[in-house]
Design a protein around this ligand. Structure first.
Ligand SMILES: *[C@@H]1O[C@H](CO)[C@@H](O)[C@H](O)[C@H]1NC(C)=O
Ligand SMILES: *[C@@H]1O[C@H](CO)[C@@H](O)[C@H](O)[C@H]1NC(C)=O
Ligand SMILES: *[C@@H]1O[C@H](CO)[C@@H](O)[C@H](O)[C@H]1NC(C)=O
Ligand SMILES: *[C@@H]1O[C@H](CO)[C@@H](O)[C@H](O)[C@H]1NC(C)=O
Ligand SMILES: *[C@@H]1O[C@H](CO)[C@@H](O)[C@H](O)[C@H]1NC(C)=O
Length: 396
């Protein structure tokens, strides 16, 4: 074990919980990412760090390499190995440190990214057969007739009967008239977007997804853009930021007005406690004749999607909104680009990164388990199914 290893092991065992910082969902307090192993196991098998200035040496090839050590390989060979390496990594239960992952991402970034239309199509067919976002991702009059007993996504023993009053809130059919969209942007809220200058590129997309009513006005527009076609909203935000739409109703309406005629997507049927708060958003917007339209995530779609990702090893209690809307985007769009997805406390160059692009809170230091979801997203990037923007955007 290298010096300091015991301290690191202690830190790691203290840190039991990592939230996905870019787009978290509401969930009862319960650890979502458990530390699976102590740190000792890792340091024993870890590749020796290369000292600056030492000549690159080629280690013997191993079939189980996770390309942590593949920085020594020539570029093309290393890039060909990325995919196999990530798959092996996803199947491993042992943990890597944040620095290990940053090294992996540096390797991924050094390889050219290429859209793989056939891979995308294959993946889309799989998603369509489990989940079918195009028909099922939101509750509509079409997929939910009056009288339906809808079971909740998480509290699945509970049902809600869709009477006329609820039915009337629903769009007749899925409202994504531009489907399939050519270029979509899924904008997470990660602090990595600060100073990214990605706004212009994001605004050029045909459809822009955002999470949890993030700010898009003022000094952040250069970095995150202003265009929004769909924004998710967790009921906890209604409570925490807008006092359940009582005294802070005007603030809510003012904030939501910045999204133009975007859809506001709520998980109304995930937990029973979400329902009334979600309906309140619907009525508040309707009464004030707001331009935004409320949509509800279909609980069955979310359940099926969780089962789909579970087969890929994502066993968390509940998916993050980030992975939910990324999955939707992969079905609805020809090209998907993700911005602001960065679950690390620093950049690849060791500059600290805040939680969100709109606050200055730094994530806790120390080692985190790499969220399983992020590994999956990295795989989609490496396979050419979607593209992750890791750093600043090029200015055309
Ligand atoms: C991984 O590679 C190392 C070094 O070649 C080898 O000792 C080890 O048995 C391999 N592990 C697995 C799980 O294949
Ligand atoms: C990883 O696990 C999945 C399913 O659990 C399996 O299909 C795949 O072949 C495994 N990949 C590797 C490289 O072991
Ligand atoms: C829904 O549940 C109600 C009350 O439990 C029941 O009376 C009704 O028949 C159910 N409707 C359907 C379509 O199953
Ligand atoms: C934008 O302004 C807010 C306060 O108005 C400030 O807290 C934040 O740090 C600023 N962000 C940037 C990127 O300058
Ligand atoms: C964004 O970056 C600037 C410059 O590094 C810094 O001053 C500012 O505090 C950062 N804002 C946030 C919200 O982290």
């Amino acid at each position: 074990m290298r010096p300091g290893g015991a301290l690191l092991a202690l830190l790691a065992s203290l840190l039991l919980l990592l939230r996905l910082l870019w787009c978290s969902t509401d969930a009862p307090a319960r650890p979502r990412f458990l530390v699976e192993e102590s740190r000792e196991a890792i340091h024993g098998t870890r590749a020796a760090p290369r000292t600056p200035g030492s000549p690159p040496t080629r280690p013997p090839r191993t079939t189980n390499s996770t390309y942590l050590n593949e920085k020594f390989l020539p570029l093309t060979e290393r890039c060909q190995n990325l995919q196999a390496g990530l798959e092996t990594l996803s199947n491993k239960t042992r943990k890597y440190s944040e620095d290990d992952y940053l090294q992996i991402i540096t390797n991924i970034q050094s390889c050219p990214w290429k859209q793989q239309a056939e891979e995308h199509e294959k993946f889309r067919v799989k998603l369509a057969s489990c989940c079918d976002a195009v028909q099922n991702f939101i509750v509509s009059q079409n997929n939910t007739p009056v009288g339906t007993n809808l079971s909740y996504e998480v509290e699945s023993k509970s049902e809600i009967q869709i009477r006329e009053n609820i039915f009337d809130m629903l769009p007749v059919t899925q409202p994504f008239v531009g489907y399939p969209y050519n270029q979509c942007a899924v904008v997470g809220n990660g602090g990595i977007l600060n100073q990214s200058l990605c706004g212009a590129e994001i605004d050029k997309s045909d459809f822009v997804f955002r999470c949890n009513l993030p700010p898009t006005t003022g000094n952040v527009t250069n970095d995150v853009g202003t265009k929004t076609n769909l924004v998710t909203l967790n009921p906890s935000i209604i409570r925490l930021r807008y006092g359940n739409l009582k005294e802070k109703k005007a603030v809510f309406l003012e904030d939501v007005a910045t999204y133009g005629d975007a859809f506001v997507l709520l998980p109304a049927f995930s937990f029973r406690a979400n329902t009334a708060a979600s309906f309140k958003v619907y009525y508040t917007l309707k009464e004030s004749k707001a331009r935004q339209r409320v949509l509800f995530f279909h609980p069955k779609y979310l359940k099926n999607l969780a089962l789909f990702w579970r087969t890929k090893g994502v066993t968390e209690y509940r998916l993050s909104s980030g992975l939910m809307i990324t999955s939707v985007a992969v079905e609805l769009c020809e090209n998907v680009k993700l911005y602001g997805f960065w679950p690390f406390s620093k950049t690849g160059e060791n500059t600290p990164v805040s939680h969100h692009y709109y606050d200055n809170k730094l994530p806790k230091r120390g080692f985190h388990e790499m969220p399983k979801e992020y590994r999956q997203i990295l795989q989609l990037h490496v396979k050419g199914i979607l593209r992750l923007q890791f750093s600043r955007c090029e200015i055309a």
